[in-house]
Design a binder for this molecule. Sequence first.
Ligand code: FAD
Length: 564
Amino acid sequence: MSVPVTSDPRAKRLLIVGGVAGGASAAARARRLSEHSEIILFERGPHVSFANCGLPYFVGGEIAQAGSLLLQTPQSLQARFHIDVRVRTEVVRIDRAARQVSARDLSNGRDYAEPYDALILSTGAAPLKPPIPGIERAGHFTVRTIPDVEHIIGWLRDGPGNCAVVVGGGYIGLEMTEQLKRRGLSVSLVEALPQVMAPLDREMAAWLQQELRAQGVALHLNDPVAAFEAPRDKESARASVVVLRSGARLPADVVVLGLGVRPEVGLAKDAGLRIGERGGIRVNEFLQTSDPDIWAIGDAIEVRDAITGDWNVIPLAGPANKQGRIAADNVFGRPSQYAGTLGTAILRLFSLTAACTGASERALRRSGLPFLAVHLHPTSHAGYYPGAEPIALKILFAPDTGRVLGAQAVGKDGVDKRIDVLATAIKAGLSVHDLAELELAYAPPYGSAKDPVNLAGMAAQNALNGDVRLVQWSELEHLDPERTLLLDVRTDAERQHGFIPNSIHIPLDQLRARLGELPKDREVVVSCQSGQRSYFAARILTQHGFAVRNLTGSYRTWSTARTG
Ligand code: FAD
């Protein structure tokens, strides 16, 4: 139903392609800004504004009803926002010269034209399906839409089998792994890279790998799929046998493909809009494409990485929703800029939560930006109050100004709020000195008088001030034993549970009395369990004239990175 365009000179005919995260958000904002505009939202699929982020939890049964995933319906968008929603309608062409699109009604194949004053593209990103032999076999599924997950559930219900293979260890693959286990399947997770969850640095992803194994997931890292084959004589697999490069053959009653996504840019490309090197639609800071009457948002576009300044594709719901609002503002003449994406993300994996914001060490190295990193293992709340859980926390910061560049955290409790505080700090351009000073809410069940974020700031300050020099877990194996002595200052009991090879052991509380056992002609690299007592030791040794470095994150980071 079309809304009569009144004499309001600002009223426009706005067409939006893609009716989920970015598109629905743009449409709703547009209506709030312009009551008299005509707004048409095209969606190829059967649903608008559905919770794609909730799809894995529907497979596992945590979300019981598909209806719970529908945040809006065409009817509710029409009723509240007066938006003309056309589901099962694909926009197949943009005629920029005539300023009109061709839309195809998928229920009858009929094409028709709709003119526009302004056009917003929020076409999203499609799951990758690389040309691996056998990838199109029955029983293989990607996860993007409600029908996708209904097909998975139907396949599991309608046939025998309890073996799943998930291909891809990104967040969709990990969430699906957790949820398929929850359904009682035995799950193998296959990842081509040496680690899961690529936005995390290796030693942080290692915690997730430990958790996967502890939960009984068969983890195949660094071992890409070579082919999906039909089962041989003695193999039982309802879908495929997944053959890995190593030669391993994994029988699968169901295969979930979580191999990443690619911006859906076909429509934009055919219309001659500029596509960037990362494969997304290139937009300016106002989210305007190379055609000033066309805006683009969400997973389909390239964004500036807010830390490195590099163009990137970062498919996340938060940015898509915010960009929807910004694009609508600009369409209706309210200049509004998108400042870039931090990539703040969070994942639950069985008992663990992992989250990150800003740049990873890997991204900083790739961009050639100088940085320092500290690792620490504070508890989620005051250690004396029951239920405190350790958090593995890493922050990256500029070696000159101390500006916070990135943060990653993994733990059972309190990870989300630390990463959100750190994401806010990065957005505000705060430094590690500011982190040390942040006044955060504290009572024993919630935090500590020195919150993990404060402690991270202090640990970083210590490095910046020159109070302590740091060594990273990854550097340890490259140290020259002729010139370096490894010193473990933990207790006897802790050491019995494992230690760094070739380290000598002097518990911290005996250190002052045993300084004579240490050489002054070699650098002493001190470690403890988490890096805090070794920092105390480093301060003692430095003030007694030793050359010292502290293993940041100490045994916990080092051992997890090596075994996870
Ligand atoms: P989408 O929401 O994908 O919408 C694009 C829509 O455009 C699609 O429905 C498509 O059918 C339609 N379309 C495309 N081309 C046309 C055309 N020519 N004509 C008509 N319609 C068209 N992000 C997070 O931040 N946190 C999470 O926990 C999280 N979990 C996720 C879990 C899953 C399983 C998936 C799939 C995604 C998840 N995401 C998550 C990512 C998040 O959903 C996306 O970043 C977000 O939906 C992007 O919004 P968008 O509007 O760009 O694209």
